[in-house]
Design a protein around this ligand. Structure first.
Ligand code: BES
Ligand code: ZN
Ligand code: ZN
Length: 492
């Protein structure tokens, strides 16, 4: 598959033409007179130009078909409009079994900067992410023709740096698709050891480092939380330390931490059967972190990044931890395990303690941590909890730029009362109310007050029950573009 900027219209199976609808008027002013005539004809003969319509063209013309697609800004966010346009082209060319296509954006009246190259990146993202399907175990669509060649056209843009933008977008999207593949892989395939081996392969291929700490090392480090969650399992835990440190980078690193529960049954506090299969995605935080390290390496970002991934499954068995158990974490803080299904925080707290060794500039953890966060925000935004206003602003801004949106929840000290324990320093659950926040308060106990830190609860947007535009059902890879954008801004 090649995707490139060609500037001018070239012959293809299908030409997708984008237009805007402003009130009752249509706007398209392609410099290509043939297209203009077609468009005027359509506007005259059709009452409505909604979404999708194809127009068989005569022989020897520029395309077999012309498909008109409406371009709509999403609340003034043009980048997202272009992502959705990319997805439309992906889905329409798949349905039409097209081998080659061109997408023409000439003549659109885009308010900010009509020649802003951001649309090339965004369109590429929407196209690539929208083309993704999880099909490792499906063999039935192998005969379907795939789009081989896609050209982007905008007669109003100069094309100098455009192909560079397209190829950067491709690096990031491939990293995000790698994250999606990790999330979609079922628990019987993706054990902690398998997660480690895929991270190692990615690191070897793209040039960052990956150290895999095994159970023996985890014991030596006294990671009591990770070991407690692992007690019920036949699979050994791993703790991954990933590092992207290009030559010449000085100063403190950005440390990213990702929850890597390869399957969450709830443990002895067993989850109900309905929907439990989705818990193969309980390593969405880990996938986002590994994917971001891959993206940082692929783009060779001049910023020092460390990724930490504690990983185990959470199983009930005769050897599993029980409610009421009291454990000692790596930080030396004792925890009353009131509910074994609140396991994410038990493995993350050891990673937050381990992070201290890097003297981080900032720590950002990502986790599919609470159902409460899904109740609060659904799958359209992740919950953001942080002790640092500047970091909060950076993440919110990267969230709107990438449309991987984060929304703040407070970490008021009053909430800490809910996780007080009578028998240990802290309890791993805080009751039904403010469940996302009490999880955040638990993690905060493991971070120094003067350490800029953010916790992002991605339980909603990391895994979808039904497709949503360029995000297919299942793992979304949420966090890869958010964090990569954050790192790009940091490296400036
Ligand atoms: N992995 C779940 C959270 C989750 C729920 C992720 C739905 C994605 C979708 C987590 O380990 C969990 O089970 N949390 C409990 C915490 C409770 C016991 C305090 C929850 O949210 O119910
Ligand atoms: Zn759980
Ligand atoms: Zn979990």
């Amino acid at each position: 598959m090649t995707i490139k900027y060609t500037g001018k219209i070239k012959p293809a199976d299908t030409c997708f033409v984008f237009f805007q609808k402003t009130g009752e008027t249509y706007s398209l002013s392609s410099k290509n007179t043939e297209l203009n005539q077609l468009f005027q004809h359509l506007v005259k003969t059709e009452d409505q130009l909604d979404g999708f319509r194809f127009y068989p063209d005569g022989k020897g013309r520029l395309a077999e078909r012309v498909v008109f697609l409406e371009l709509k800004p999403v609340k003034g966010n043009w980048a997202e409009a272009f992502r959705r346009a990319g997805n439309s082209v992906a889905k329409n060319s798949r349905n039409l079994s097209q081998q080659s296509a061109c997408a023409d954006f000439s003549g659109l009246a885009i308010p900010e900067t009509p020649t802003d190259p951001v649309w090339f990146s965004a369109f590429t993202e929407g196209f690539l992410l929208g083309s993704y399907e999880y099909k490792t175990y499906k063999n039935d669509d192998s005969k379907r023709k795939k789009l081989k060649d896609l050209s982007l056209i905008n007669e109003d843009c100069s094309g100098k740096t455009v192909n560079q933008l397209i190829s950067s977008a491709l690096e990031v999207c491939e990293s995000q698709i790698f994250a999606r593949e990790l999330v979609n892989a079922p628990g019987n395939e993706l054990t902690p050891a398998e997660l480690a081996s895929r991270a190692r392969k990615s690191a070897e291929k793209h040039g960052y480092s990956c150290t895999i700490l095994n159970k023996k090392k985890i014991k030596e480090l006294k990671m009591g939380g990770l070991l407690a969650v692992n007690k019920g399992s036949v699979n050994e835990p791993v703790f991954l330390v990933l590092e992207h440190k290009p030559k010449g980078t000085k100063g403190k690193p950005v440390v990213l931490v990702g929850k890597g529960i390869t399957f969450d049954t709830g443990g002895i506090s067993l989850k109900p059967a309905a929907g439990m299969g989705d818990m193969k995605g309980d390593m969405g935080g880990a996938a986002a972190v590994i994917g971001t390290l891959e993206a940082a390496a692929r783009l060779n970002l001049p910023v020092h990044v460390v990724g930490l991934v504690p990983s185990t499954d959470n199983m009930p068995s005769g050897s599993a931890q029980c409610p009421g158990d009291i454990i000692t974490t790596m930080a030396g803080i004792t925890v009353e395990v009131d509910n074994t299904d609140a396991e994410g925080r038990l493995i993350l707290c050891d990673a937050l303690e381990y992070a201290k060794k890097f003297k981080p500039a900032v720590i950002i953890d990502l986790a599919t941590l609470t159902g409460a966060c899904v109740v609060a925000l659904g799958d359209k935004a992740a919950g953001l909890m942080t002790n640092h206003d500047g970091l909060s602003a950076e993440l919110i801004s990267s969230g709107s730029a990438t449309f991987e949106r984060v929304w703040p929840l407070p970490l008021f000290d009053d909430y800490a009362g809910q996780i007080k324990s009578d028998v240990a320093e802290v309890k791993n659950v805080g009751g039904r109310n403010a469940g996302a926040i009490t999880a955040g308060k638990f993690l905060q106990k493991f971070v120094s007050d003067n350490q800029p830190w953010a916790h992002i609860d991605i339980a909603g947007p990391a895994f979808l029950d039904s497709p949503d535009g360029y995000k297919a059902k299942g793992g979304t890879g949420f966090g890869v573009r958010l964090l990569t954008d954050f790192l790009i801004n940091r490296s400036k």
